[in-house]
Write a protein that binds this ligand. Sequence first.
Ligand SMILES: [Zn+2]
Length: 799
Amino acid sequence: MPIRTTPSSTLGWMSDSAMDVRFDTRLMMQATGVLVDSFGVTFGVPVLNRRNFLKAGVTAGAGVVPLTSALSPLGAMPPSSAEQAATSDTDASRVELVSLPRRLPPLDQSTVPWQQNIRRVGQTNLTEYDPAVMNVDQWADYWHSVKADVVFVSVTGILAFYPSKIKFHRHGKFLNNRDLFGECAAAAKKRGMRVVARMSPDLNWDDALEAHPEWAMRHEDGSVQYSGEEPRLFKTCMFTSYMDEYVPAIMREVNSLYDVDCFYTNGWPPLGSLPDCHCSICNKLPPSGTPAYWRVFTGRVLELWQKYDAIAKEKKADSFFFANSGGNVRGGPNLDRLSKVAAWFQADNQGRTYDDAAIWGCSLQGRVCNAVLDGKVAANVTAAYSTGTPGWRNVSKNTSEANMWLNETLASGMVPYFHFVGAESGFVEDRRWEKVGADYFRWTAGHDAHLTTRRSIANIGVVIGQSTQLLYPGPASAPSRAYMHETTQGIYDALLQGRFAFDFVHEDRLELERLAKYRALLLPNVAMLSDRQCDQLRHYVHSGGSLMASFETSLYDEDLKPRADFGLADIMGVSKHGDAIGTNGNPYSARVEAASVGPPHPILQGFHDTNWLAGAENRVPLKPVDAPLLTVVPGFVRYPPELAYPALPHAHEPAVVLRESGASRMAWFPGDIERTYWLTGHGDLLRLLLNTICWVSHDERLVHVEGAGSIEMFCWETSPGYTVHLLNYTNSGAQHGWLRSINPIGPQKVSMRLPAGVKVKSVELLRAGQTPSFAFQNQILQFTVASVEDYEVAAVTVG
Ligand SMILES: [Zn+2]
């Protein structure tokens, strides 16, 4: 078995010690087999083979870490996949396990603000009817019994839940001067729970409109914009005195009457899209949907945020204001700028919808939060009620679906938050959700130290391109608002299939010190990049980093102004040779050019018996390059089949451009392969993406999880040690509707190399409540999770 010394990297993402141990996983895979999909395509994800795995061992430095010492019972392995794997080809990539970074110094708890210690959040969202019926003690007892640290209680701004004296703060028809907010706040405080005063500044009634017509959002024809569901409520404009005067008046009234810990606005700012208002103020702003408007919008959000934050602090210095956030990669305001003022990121991302049907919608949000928050708290709201269209606000959703959303919240480093609407006959007509929340929250409460994250363990960064997500209309060949959503889902799916440890990276956070942890950055059609951002990426490459990019990446500046050539043309060795070409019939294919000498390039591993591979739906043609690995076979007619052949059998247009410079590896795909993979599921595109990600990242892994099944993996450094989170998505409900059951998966073997001097005290499986045996030799930790139901957290305690 080879042992090699890895030269220390200029960026310092390699191990602390000079010696790196290289796992020869080619040999491991010969012993263990590789995963086979239904087309017989093999991917570089090994599974254990019942016949052969006993023979396998890993040489680690001077000693041998036998796999058998860390493995759990043989009987847990599914025989069918093992036999299937035994017949597959073993032409898989080599994986190099590199050391985790040196551990962070211990946290000084005296410097940690209170909200950082929040681990469970509860909310019963009040309705107008609740003051007539709500049993406050029952409500408070429930949230206290499940160990909620904080509860959200509605003040609102649409309907007052206390006898407000603020003009236009309408008392609901069942309030009858009852101080429901005050009762709830006092009951929570009595039980040691903190209280968030929850407001809703987004809508108000006709009497307010009559007195203040300037408060309303307007259509282009000047007419008032009303709520889509309740036409008696008009939409308020965030640029008006409604936000400068009315909202602060409510905050000050609440602060004067009650003991609350902080303030929150629901319903504002908008998520995932920008307001489109034509009131007299907004008519003077740049048009909505443009980069210039986005900057003004973000500026106004931050202005109000800071103003409200100062009001919150008028009574208590450790109070603060925070607002509705989320929107995944699209966000709302610029997330980098927002993160500089936000004390709490409230991810209003309550469940899957049919428009956004992939199961990982919550963990994707967690990755967005991790990209911008520098360790500040993010809580993700899980609706215990039924999300979707249609949805039921007051009826519980499937238990396994609610649990998975909570699992993803924890796995991606956020704080779980459980939410139901209405108290109806005292404390809710549908009580099924109560046990779901209680079981989950009580379980987490036993493991707070392990479930509190310090930093993510990842060596691949995916640039999310928030401005592209929000403002880019798609290419001229396929304009669509869903374009970037599909692109993101494609790269996300591929990264999960390859079980890579990856982070999202915001385009306004490309400073070298932030990027230094990543061996490679991926740019999935990040169309909008400023000159400065392109320079930062150049700097990253010159410092030894690798890039994989696709399609229209860097073809536009930060104002969506097209460039004559890609902003990254020089560093990537590509040049534009025409505008985007779409598909009419048959998309282009990629011709495999025979290598003049030696074995096939690593990005072509596993392709056999074909000269053509699937291309992508859209591409930006590139000028020819020397010795292209793949060339474009232009698209042609799909029907009639008589005409389904290329006019030009051999072109010189490259279908991929690869480049190496020192430790940097660059790969450029002219096609939108991530999105086309998402639309089609084509194995060629997946294999090409996986092979290329492996190649640009030098096959390096920080944590390696081997086993069968579809999972999402997260790894975190924690105060006690490390956690490896495994989310089991092997489920027919993973891409549509909700989960209806759980399909446990078999053994998952975890390997990671701890920093020099760090010792392992124990490994615990927090869901199963087991302590598996582990092997630890030459800093390499190996253990096996015998079975994963819906979720497992392997918690490593170090000494
Ligand atoms: Zn307006």
